[in-house]
Design a protein around this ligand. Structure first.
Ligand SMILES: [Zn+2]
Length: 165
């Protein structure tokens, strides 16, 4: 079975990579790893788990040393990708950038943002978003106006008359 065939079987079952990963109890990276391989190892841990969700072609009787070595390489690769991703996420969650919100003076705010956020504590960095139905409606309408204005600017047509807050 090739990686492409594995992908076909998954799509035929009506599953996304994330669906399959979740049902098989494996990482999404493991699914994409094998779907991009020229040859899928039926003996690898992740592929065996996928075999419990999908109907895969039968595996050969005994793993060769080559397949065992491949399985080790697979495990190492997936562990590495998972580590790199976790590290990148940790960095993003802690990153503090200049706030830059427009102050009353009209200059950009020079405070550092809250960790992992774009704004400082004075400019919404502590906010967890609108809670009340009115608040949710207000922010939704403000976003509509903001993107309508952006689209109008992009098309080179006149921006709508509604002022942006
Ligand atoms: Zn600020």
């Amino acid at each position: 079975m090739t990686g492409e065939e594995l992908a076909e079987i998954r799509r035929a079952a009506g599953l996304t990579q994330a669906n399959l990963a979740q049902r098989a109890g494996i990482g999404r990276h493991a699914v994409s790893y094998w779907e991009n391989k020229p040859r899928v190892d039926r003996y690898s841990w992740a592929v065996q788990r996928m075999g419990e969700v999908l109907t895969l072609p039968e595996r050969s009787p005994r793993p060769s040393w080559q397949e065992q070595a491949d399985a080790q390489a697979e495990a190492a690769f997936i562990a590495q990708v998972t580590r790199i991703k976790a590290r990148a996420e940790a960095i993003v969650a802690k990153r503090r950038v200049p706030c830059g919100a427009k102050t009353r003076k009209g200059t950009p705010c020079r405070c550092k943002s809250e960790p992992g956020k774009r704004r400082c504590k004075f400019h919404g960095g502590m906010s967890t978003g609108a809670r009340t139905p009115e608040g949710i409606k207000r922010i939704r309408e403000a976003q509509h106006r903001r993107w309508a204005r952006w689209r109008a600017d992009k098309d080179g047509t006149q921006p709508p008359t509604t002022p942006c807050i």
